[in-house]
Design a binder for this molecule. Structure first.
Ligand code: G6P
Length: 368
């Protein structure tokens, strides 16, 4: 079994480590400095792409958080109206779709019952349906009009890690294609973004190498029973995913909030035994996150920040920092999620948890 895990003690550790390779494999053949080429998978005419009006992103669990990241990217790179829904909600709502609606179903397994049902519903109402999945022959992939594969390789750990990376990369490619083909991104900007995406696997690998800093922080915080995760903008879904990872494999209560919403409730929970993890890369909302962090500090919560290399200001305000390399704001989720995955993994180890087979959870939920 150790051999299948390439010498790692758990599949989750192996899969976290594979994330640079996963990104490379997802981008391979689909992206050059000249543009995005998805023509082998999507036979969309320019006319069809320009006719689109809305994008609906529908998913469950970690896939839903990848969709929340993609929502923000699609808003920036295209002029489309974007909405994101949890599949179990979407399937029972009065959703309006037309042939100008691209409905994107994000599902690692392609077998999640709620996601399948949501797809069947809006497909029958006339939406154009696209699956983003890791499994070529999955039910979802067979039923939709179009499909994009993650090419992440099989994921064994119940807690999704590398497929989150693959989902984000695939959805960024889709957003870049839509922005490029609709002319909402100017060519120079599109080329700059494509070049930055090509560099991402290296930055992911540089981030992965820093596991020891995360392990030490995880040891220090492994005794706490309640955590608040905060993030703003594109870092909000990353905070959600970080909290989910901690709940899933260490069984520690973790709640994630949009940092600006903390004052509307969760601040009442803060006290010295509730650590606050803030995802705050040096971006356009950094100052806002810093002021939220000071509100938490005033309640004497232990503070941990996921922050950018060279950001010395943050060290004056928090107890511990998990460092990530600098990146363009829009790409930071690929880097900032890594220390949070590693943090959850190491807290779970310090607590003696199962990790690859957490209690009560299934890799794919094929019943409603
Ligand atoms: C289960 C898994 C999660 C996963 C979710 C959605 O809850 O434990 O890791 O994110 O299902 O799965 P899907 O295959 O649709 O992405």
């Amino acid at each position: 079994a150790m051999a299948e895990k390439d010498g790692f003690p758990h599949y989750m550790a192996k899969e976290i480590h594979e994330q640079g390779a996963v990104l490379r494999s997802t981008l391979k053949g689909r992206l050059t400095e000249q543009g995005v080429d998805l023509s082998e998978e999507l036979d969309w005419s320019g006319e069809f792409v320009r006719s689109l009006k809305q994008v609906h992103l529908v998913a469950c669990g970690t896939s839903y958080y990848a969709a929340l990241v993609a929502e923000r990217v699609l808003e920036q790179w295209t002029d489309l109206d974007v909405r994101v829904d949890i599949a179990s909600e979407y399937r029972y709502r009065q959703v309006r779709v037309t042939p100008q609606t691209l409905a994107v179903f994000v599902s690692q397994s392609g077998e999640t019952a709620d996601t399948l049902a949501a797809q069947r519903k809006v497909r029958s109402l006339g939406a154009r349906c696209l699956a983003v999945t890791n499994v070529r022959g999955a039910t979802l992939a067979r039923e939709v009009h179009d499909r994009l594969l993650l090419k992440a390789g099989p994921e064994i750990g119940v807690a999704a890690t590398k497929t989150f990376m693959g989902q984000m990369a695939t959805l960024y490619l889709l957003a870049l294609k839509l922005g490029w083909d609709r002319g909402t991104l100017n060519p120079a900007e599109a080329e700059r973004l494509a070049a930055a995406l090509i560099q991402l696997p290296y930055q992911v690998e540089r981030t992965l190498e820093r596991e020891e800093q995360v392990r030490r922080v995880a040891e220090k915080y492994s005794k706490y029973d309640n955590f608040l995760y905060l993030g703003r903008g594109i870092s909000f879904p990353v905070a959600l995913e970080g909290a989910l990872k901690l709940k899933e494999i260490s069984y520690v209560h973790a709640e994630a909030y949009a940092a600006g919403e903390m004052k509307h409730g969760p601040i009442a929970l803060l006290e010295p035994d509730v650590p606050v993890m803030t995802v705050m890369p040096r971006d356009s909302l950094y100052e806002k996150s810093l002021s939220n962090l000071q509100e938490a500090k005033a309640r004497r919560s232990p503070l941990v920040a996921v922050a950018t290399d060279g950001d010395d200001l943050v060290t004056r305000h928090v107890d511990d920092v998990l460092r990530i390399p600098w990146s363009d704001e829009v790409f930071s989720p690929f880097l900032s999620v890594i220390p949070l995955q590693q943090f959850a993994y190491h807290v779970a180890r310090f607590r003696g948890r199962e990790i690859d087979q957490p209690r009560n959870l299934a890799k794919s939920v094929t019943v409603e």
